[in-house]
Write a new protein. Structure first.
Length: 441
């Protein structure tokens, strides 16, 4: 079994806040000793070779018979399967050269007769892989899980992604399977795996305690609608590290609905490419707090650093720290908005408090800090935040503290900054998305 990072709060304890001339700055741990890389399972319960047929029953039986603390290993080759349910404490190890491919038949995912259709609910499909009330285990290896989102749905003339786009046009909701759902689970590890072409969200975590994503690649086309990368929802103690994500929606979206708060989330040394950025929201009703983002590269995302919510689903977002972030090619490098849906109805006013940005570098675009009103202003601290002079601020109902390392360009009304921010050297951050060795079949 994994040598698991049991408590991400241990990382958070090493993140020290200290005052500098009235500015609350964040010093994050400077080495990865606080974040040990997960260790692969020492024992393999079974090694499976690929076959030419449907592997669903064979894979599920092998999973069910695997003892706790051991791994089921898929050897190089192609495995075609319908929905799979993970067993508590068991790891699915997908070897380099192995590809686990999702069945495109909506009937195998169907929950209520609506999978593969457009309706007004959009909850008609099971996920491809489900962790339900599991403790321990996960998915590891240098292989690929492919959701086949761009392939034709069996028995239809459109793909899962085309169905999602049609739902948008018709004002409905698409019934498509998510790639992986983790629910009411704990101590989950994803390591080294490539996830791609999900019909819907790639990974959602709901009511999860302690999960690590290390060296994960998520790869889906920019125009694949509603294909979020990793979404922690009402979950605690989540680490996302050394990962590469490009999707058709949020690269990461931290959420908290009526099911409870999301707290203690750490992102370290990640690269995001196309997608909608590093997001919190839009569901924040349950409260989001103690979020740490360090050494993040946002290369071509539409938004960069983003908190989005509105009065239909708003809550308190507090104690969020961004440090050492490099951005380029972003329309809204900073996108902190309490009016995400201008037509939203409700009384759940979004409140963003104690948000700090330290040593952030970008190019041009719109820099949005928009609080709800004068009674519910944003509370932000900016230190060493640098964009081109062509970048434009949009600031409403916001209280801003400028740190000693300055802000460029100066926000409106700030006439006596400590000094102009010095742009960070981001040249080393612009690296290509690392492609997998597996076939693009």
């Amino acid at each position: 079994m994994f040598s698991l990072l049991r408590n991400v709060k241990g990382i958070i304890a090493s993140l020290i806040v200290f005052p500098v001339s009235g500015f609350s700055a964040m010093l994050l741990a400077q080495n990865n000793a606080d974040m040990p890389e997960p260790v692969l399972p020492a024992h393999i319960c079974a090694r499976l070779a690929s076959s030419s047929g449907d592997d669903t029953r064979r894979l599920q039986a092998a999973m069910d018979n695997c003892p706790r603390g051991e791994a089921l290993q898929l050897l190089a080759g192609r495995f075609s399967s319908g929905p799979l349910t993970m067993k508590s404490g068991v790891t699915l190890w997908i070897s380099r050269g192995a590809m686990l491919v999702a069945n495109s038949d909506p009937r195998v995912y169907d929950k209520n007769g609506h999978c593969g259709t457009v309706d007004h609910k959009g909850n008609g499909c099971r996920p491809f892989i489900l962790f339900k009330s599991t403790d321990g285990g996960g998915i590891v290896g240098e292989g690929v899980i492919d959701g086949q989102g761009g392939k034709p749905i069996q028995g239809q003339e459109e793909s899962w992604w085309q169905l999602a786009r049609r739902a948008q046009t018709e004002g409905g909701a698409q019934n498509v399977p998510r790639l992986i759902e983790i629910e009411d689970a704990s101590h989950i590890i994803f390591h080294g795996i490539t996830l791609r072409n999900s019909p819907g969200f790639h990974v959602t975590l709901k009511n999860v305690q302690d999960a690590t994503f290390w060296g994960v690649r998520i790869d889906t086309p920019v125009n694949a609608r509603n294909t979020d990368g990793i979404d922690p929802i009402s979950s605690q103690n989540i680490l996302i590290a050394h990962s590469f994500i490009r999707t058709g929606d949020d690269n990461v979206a931290i959420k908290a609905g009526a099911g409870g708060a999301t707290r203690h989330v750490v992102l370290v040394d990640n690269h995001f490419y196309w997608g909608h950025g590093m997001s919190i929201g839009s569901e924040t009703l349950g409260g989001v707090s103690d979020i740490r983002v360090r050494d993040l590269t946002l290369d071509g995302t539409t938004s960069g650093l983003r908190i989005k919510s509105d009065i239909s689903r708003g809550g308190v977002v507090s104690d969020v720290r961004y440090e050492n972030v490099c951005m380029r090619g972003n329309r809204r490098p900073l996108d902190f908005d309490t009016r995400y849906d201008a037509h939203a109805i409700g009384n759940n006013i979004p409140v963003y408090l104690d948000i700090s940005l330290s040593h952030i570098a970008g190019e041009t675009g719109q820099l949005v800090l928009r609080g709800y009103d004068a009674v519910h202003p944003l509370q932000f601290a900016l230190n060493g935040v640098s964009f081109n002079n062509t970048a434009r601020w949009l600031i409403e109902s916001a209280k801003i503290v400028i740190g000693p390392d300055g802000v460029t360009p100066a926000p409106p009304g700030e006439t006596s900054l400590p000094r102009s921010a010095v742009p960070a050297d981001c040249a080393k951050n612009w690296i290509p998305f690392p492609m997998t060795d597996a076939s693009e079949d």
